[in-house]
Design a protein around this ligand. Structure first.
Ligand code: FE2
Length: 228
């Protein structure tokens, strides 16, 4: 089994994603692209998401948000893999709590695939750990995103669900979570509006590799960091 999932919510210069960049990620080998709280920042992406079955936005993005929160893709060995995307509710403005809909979403995914991966795009470590525990034994992996800093808690839980609180960031690490440090610090110190620009140094690929069996149980999870 081999399948590649990319969270692409900030590939457009650190804020949002455009249809062109979404296609580029798919062409580069991503099977499914997940998004987050910056989903609709760029022109054209709402219409793109309305018809895409490989680029998904958080399932709790609201009743009127174009797009889907679940994708089913085929792994290299032919096994179907369901990918889910949800936003956390702590310190993020969400139209609907992820807890209200996660069970229904997982049940829906199970009808198409035994292997299920959730990208839980959330701010609070506690909420990400709680979601991983709640889904233990029901999904293959709960991968945290959004906070950009890779955590050292990759683990397979007792029920067979792999989890990590944050998979990290692919981007410039000589920065404040991707933004030029001087600009991020100026906004925090002065509270004046400062236009953010993406940083350039220390580019690193970060993510996780999860191994699982076709019945959906995770065998291992490894956090990756590659300097480029
Ligand atoms: Fe985010």
């Amino acid at each position: 089994m081999d399948l590649c999932i990319v969270n692409g919510e900030n590939v457009a210069d650190g804020a949002g994603i455009t249809p062109k960049l979404a296609d580029r990620l798919l062409r580069a080998g991503a099977d499914v692209v997940t998004l987050g709280n910056h989903t609709y920042r760029r022109d054209g992406i709402a219409d793109y998401l309305a018809t895409s079955d490989r680029v998904i936005r958080p399932a709790n993005a609201g009743r009127w948000a174009p797009g889907r929160g679940l994708a089913v893709a085929e792994a290299r060995n032919g096994a179907p893999v369901a990918v889910l995307n949800l936003l956390g509710s702590l310190f993020l403005d969400v139209p609907r709590s992820p807890w209200e809909i996660v069970d229904e979403l997982v049940d829906e995914a199970r009808r198409s695939a035994a292997v299920i991966v959730l990208d839980f795009h959330a701010e609070a470590t506690s909420e990400k750990i709680a979601m991983a525990r709640w889904l233990d034994g029901r999904v293959t992996a709960v991968i945290g995103t959004h906070t950009h800093v890779q955590t050292s808690d990759a683990r397979v839980q007792p029920g067979g669900t792999a989890a990590i609180t944050d998979a990290g960031m692919t981007g410039p690490h000589d920065s404040v979570i991707g933004v030029r440090a001087d600009l991020a610090i100026a906004r925090m110190r002065t509270r004046l509006p400062v236009r953010f620009e993406p940083a350039e140094g220390g580019v690193r690929i970060e993510g996780v590799v999860v191994e699982c069996s076709d019945d959906g149980r995770a065998r291992s999870i490894e956090a990756l960091r590659l300097d480029v």
